[in-house]
Ligand binder design. Sequence first.
Ligand code: HEM
Length: 511
Amino acid sequence: MALLVFLSLSSIFIFIFFFILSQKRKVAAPPGPPSLPLVGNLHQLHHSAPHRSLWQLAQRYGPFMSLRLAAVQTVVVSSARVAKEILKTHDLNFATRPAFVGLRKLSYNGLDLGFAPYGPCWRELKKLCIVHLFSANRVQSFRSVREDEVAQMLRKLSEREASGTVVNLTEVLMSFTSSLICIIAFGKKYVGQYEEEVVGKGKRRSRLQVLLNEAQALLTEFFFSDYFPLLGWVDGLTGKMRRLEKTFKELDAFYERVIFEHMDSAMAENGDDEKEVQDIIDIFLQLLRDDSLSFHLTLDHIKAVLMNIFIAGTDPPSATIVWAMTALLKNGEVMRKVQGEVRSLFGEKDFINEDDIERLPYLKAVVKETLRLFPPSPLLLPREAIERCSVEGYEIEAKTVVYVNAWGIARDPENWEKAEEFCPERFVGSEMELKGKEFEALPFGSGRRMCPAKHMGMVNVELALANLVHTFDWEVGPGSDREEMLDTEVKPGITMHKKSDLYVVAKKRIT
Ligand code: HEM
């Protein structure tokens, strides 16, 4: 009997002890909205614009907010101060990425730059890519490629103008950035070598373009395996796993084919005929032969980084130029001012080159203002806590997923006057570079996981935009609803694309 009483009392004490402990932990996490059983707060996220719903929730629960997305403990950062804590003070502890199913597969199980877990291998790979692929000298080596591709885009637009057709500028810009990244990464435009497929009302895309869009979509696709691990089998039933496998296999075969073509031509040339412009595969093949590398670079690492470059090099730059043109069409005064700047300095010229860009402070301010209001990755890329740690007096458990709401922070009236207005003047004469040092606007992220290609991205956008506003006068296409054309609704996906394509008429300027 005594033993029974003793056991019952001890069980009650143990229960009370763990109950108090769990309550303490609950209190120690950042505040957040109440959650439902099983789904947690999943239902509170807007499908295509989660950054907007998270920003609204943050107005109520604060700039450091906990959410439970089914089984995934999450925190959301919505102020410059907390972003600095996470991305600078505690950067090392938040330098890894969650192993979500889509990210893991498309990163060759974590061998890439963008989604690999933090560790010695990723560190070496990032160093190597920064030095060999994305340095200022390397970006400069692609100058002629960039200028040729912009000139080609202008020619295409001139032909359409001559035939009086309305132009889908979104498609023109996607095709420009994907051609450009194909030449930079693979040495030639493979897009045109693939058969075209019908992808919607009157739209045709090359298979390679379709695969690229599919990979982009799969990176943010909802997989049961990520949020309800016990229901992972549902992903098999819905066909998502098959879609992921198929897209991965086709892209893998494409990268392999291009790499082997490079190996064959290197052997045929016997190494004595250096190419005028080395593409990214050439550089990787050289590195593969380098015995002094501090880690074992494999073919899968190369394919994984090519996957990053193909997706990240196409989408964020094209989305940024579309947003810039949308904002300029909406704000006629800013359009006149930026055209005035370019044309008054270079009115005699047919083409604005990269040296000219350095003399265009207002154009540069337009690009920065676009990146402030329309960061292509509004929630950056997800981070994950490596170990339990304390931030702003709250306890963050290991494996908590962290989203930084860069979109919301850059519209925070605490940091920006007339925050919602498109006003490039705020950057004229300002020292702000928006390259990871200022936490009030973080279009390229910050810290160890920030974008390694920020310089390349910026140059591509500035050159294309300068030439578009220099060469043409722009109007919304006749027959399109101006309101709808210039709205700021977005498509779902890892990159924030404008929802409706931008249909415009481009008229050559009168010289
Ligand atoms: C307008 C252009 C671009 C913007 C706004 C942009 C933005 C970003 C952002 C926000 C991140 C996540 C940073 C973080 O988690 O803190 C990122 C990562 C990355 N970006 Fe970019 N990007 C651009 C262009 C490019 C280009 C052209 C490339 C390659 C050719 C590229 C390659 C990458 C890679 C590999 C990562 C992953 C880095 C890592 O996890 O360590 N980006 N980018």
